[in-house]
Design a protein around this ligand. Structure first.
Ligand code: AMP
Length: 572
């Protein structure tokens, strides 16, 4: 269908933009704000109420349609359940589940009740889950019986904060200390008066990784919905009634901001697929569900490219109108491939957990520069800066590399790292937020991604903190030191490689390598564990004993070892 772009004139929209107009679009609650009100309740007196909100594609079997009205009722039941269990506003609710409707109802119900929602990757092993539970101290955790038995049962009941373990789809009697969600929801009312929150009240806690230390819990507030909503229009070209598919899991911030919130506030029908990547399944979904707007990631695009254009051409993809990509650098070839094979280019956009929403994008109405992340969304000022002893200095000349910085504030900006005020403060210099990414801006104001300024690894779109991986490797009795880096990978962008030195009395060998890899996989899960382990007699470290990952990386990739100190430690 031909529709005019939501942002027909970039320069004009930038010039006239203000956040209060954007907020007015959500014709808010009489007092206060609530993400779930903007996503659900607001539509109930309108024709959107009967429109499909979620078209759920289970692993096997027929699609299930859930209307806005029905989703609101399910969220209400969940909110009532939290009230019955005695949860207070501000209490944390975690969800560890595949992409199933209960996850969406739990997220929206938690927000309605004023709780703080945290989705976790179901592909995480027990270790990343445990550390996130320790840090965030949720009061309740929602999961499936299978995931509970495999990943939580051994330890979750020892966590002092966790009062309720709610199991979805339980068969038979719920294990001791858990509640069967279906059972307890049945008695709950489908009416709930969504709690009017202060715009600055916490709503979401998303974990991200840094170079050192444990994962960081980025706090987002209800006001963030204003940015989700408007960027959904501007950067994803969402129009009411669109069929939209965001392939990201809600365990990653994209799957929440643009896989739950923005599509619902914009009144679209979102496709939710329970299954993981499978090329033929994905093409079939695009065709059969008549997807108009598709938001995906470079790793998936590269996997499709590898399988060749013939496969794509077997499907009728003529309903596609707008393609967007995020999470990792999008190679220019992928943009061209989209155009040649799917009839449309991919529009790259950039953001991160801390920004809460899309900051830089190639817009529907603007010429794409393949390889560029695009231009800042209206309402966002981006710059390139170099760090100085006094803070930062903005680089005005085009094409100079520096750190990507964003002028504060904006509604979806994180409001803190949970319990880590100092770490949070380090992310700012005056009015600017320092992203930890290196970029350049060209003369036309397009931004180009250069790399990370720190040691975190991006593998298949997942941000992986080397410290988290090293800590698990160090648990192996033979391991003395561990250093973890990302090495380039044609499909995944990067994969995790570990270097270890051994304690006296242990010899490197194939059996030990397999044992260490096996331990890492079991504890961290396949999305985070290293793919390779290399033994070294010793690892390069600083005088204070910090492993120099940059040096390991330079040695591995045959890069100059020279200036390994740039920005080191500036952002942890
Ligand atoms: P996360 O917080 O997990 O969403 O990861 C955010 C990081 O992913 C950013 O800081 C970048 O390093 C990377 N990233 C996100 N989008 C892009 C993009 N379009 N191009 C290059 N890197 C990206």
């Amino acid at each position: 269908m031909r529709l005019s772009p939501t942002l027909p004139d970039y320069a004009a929209a930038r010039a006239s933009f203000n956040w209060s107009d954007a907020r007015a679009q959500l014709n808010g609650m009489p007092a206060g704000i609530n993400i779930s009100h903007a996503a659900l309740d607001r539509h109930l007196g309108t024709p959107t109420a009967n429109q499909t909100a979620i078209r759920f594609l289970p692993r096997e079997g027929d699609p299930v349609d859930i209307s806005y009205r029905e989703l609101a009722a399910r969220a209400n039941r969940f909110a009532n359940l939290l009230a019955t269990l005695g949860l207070q506003p501000g209490d944390g609710v975690y969800c560890l589940a595949h992409r199933i409707p209960d996850l969406y109802a739990a997220a929206l119900g938690t927000l309605k009740h004023g709780g703080v929602f945290t989705p976790l990757f179901s592909a995480f092993g027990p270790e990343p889950i445990r550390s996130r539970v320790e840090i965030g101290a949720p009061v309740a955790i929602v999961t499936t019986e299978r995931l509970y038995r495999r990943k939580l049962a051994d330890w979750i009941h020892k966590m002092p904060s966790v009062k309720h373990v709610l199991l979805i789809g339980g068969v038979g009697e719920a294990p001791r200390g858990t509640l069967d969600v279906d059972d307890v929801l049945r008695d709950q009312s489908a009416e709930y008066a969504t709690r009017a929150m202060n715009p600055e009240d916490p709503a979401l806690l998303h974990f991200t990784s840094g170079t050192t230390g444990r994962p960081k819990g980025a706090i987002h507030v209800h006001e963030a919905v204003v940015a989700h909503h408007i960027t959904g229009q501007y950067a994803l070209d969402l129009h009411p009634g669109d069929i939209y598919w965001c392939t990201a899991d809600p365990g990653w911030v994209t799957g929440t901001s643009y896989g739950i919130i923005a599509p619902l506030t914009n009144g679209v029908t979102m496709v939710v697929d329970e299954e993981e990547f499978d090329a033929e399944r994905w093409y079939r979904i695009l065709q059969d569900q008549k997807v108009a707007v598709w938001y995906t990631a470079p790793t998936a695009i590269r996997m499709l490219m590898k399988l060749g254009p013939e496969l794509a051409r077997r499907y009728d993809l003529s309903n596609l109108r707008f393609l967007a990509s995020v999470g990792e650098p999008l190679n220019p070839e992928a943009v061209y491939w989209g155009r040649a094979t799917l009839g449309l280019p991919f529009h790259d956009n950039w953001w991160q957990t801390e920004t809460g929403g899309i900051m830089i994008a190639n817009f529907a109405s603007m010429a794409i520069k393949p390889g560029s992340m695009g231009r800042p969304v209206p309402g966002i000022e981006a710059g390139v800066a170099r760090r100085t002893s006094a803070g930062i200095e903005l680089i005005e000349e085009p094409d100079e590399t520096g750190e990507l910085v964003l002028k504060t504030p904006w509604p979806s900006m994180f409001r803190g790292y949970l319990h880590e005020e100092a770490r949070y403060r380090q992310c700012f210099a005056g009015a600017w937020y320092l992203t930890g990414d290196l970029a350049r801006r060209d003369a036309e104001g397009y931004f180009w991604f250069i790399g990370r300024a720190d040691d975190v690894i991006k593998s298949s779109g997942h941000l992986i903190g080397p410290f988290e991986v090293e800590s698990v490797l160090m648990e192996h009795p033979a391991v003395a030191e561990a250093g973890v880096i990302g090495i380039p990978d044609e499909i995944a962008g990067e994969t995790v490689k570990a270097f270890v030195s051994l304690k006296p009395g242990h010899e490197p060998g194939e059996a030990l390598r397999k044992e260490i890899l096996g331990l890492a996989r079991k504890r961290l899960g396949p999305a985070v564990a290293p793919r390779q382990v290399e033994f070294r007699d010793s690892l390069p470290s600083t005088r204070s004993g910090k492993i120099m990952r940059r040096l390991l990386r330079a040695q591995e990739l045959g890069l100059p070892e020279g200036d390994t100190s740039t920005l080191e430690g500036a952002r942890e």
